[in-house]
Design a protein around this ligand. Structure first.
Ligand SMILES: [Zn+2]
Length: 60
């Protein structure tokens, strides 16, 4: 799973290097949903600001 896709640009300073993943959390969902939701907390290596990201992956 590519967890970095789409989350490698800092919204504060515009840094386009990879952001560090501080917390990676999977939200457990009921079986009737065919996808899983994940929350990421990301820290910019340049300005140290924290960004939040949420994405959904289809179950395979
Ligand atoms: Zn930054």
């Amino acid at each position: 799973m590519d967890t970095n896709k789409g989350y490698n640009e800092c919204g504060y300073c515009g840094n386009k290097t990879k952001l560090d993943i501080v917390i990676f959390h999977k939200i457990e969902t009921r079986d009737e949903f065919d996808s899983d939701t994940y929350w990421l907390i990301l820290e910019c290596s340049v300005c140290k600001n924290i960004s939040f990201a949420k994405f959904t992956l289809e179950r395979t």
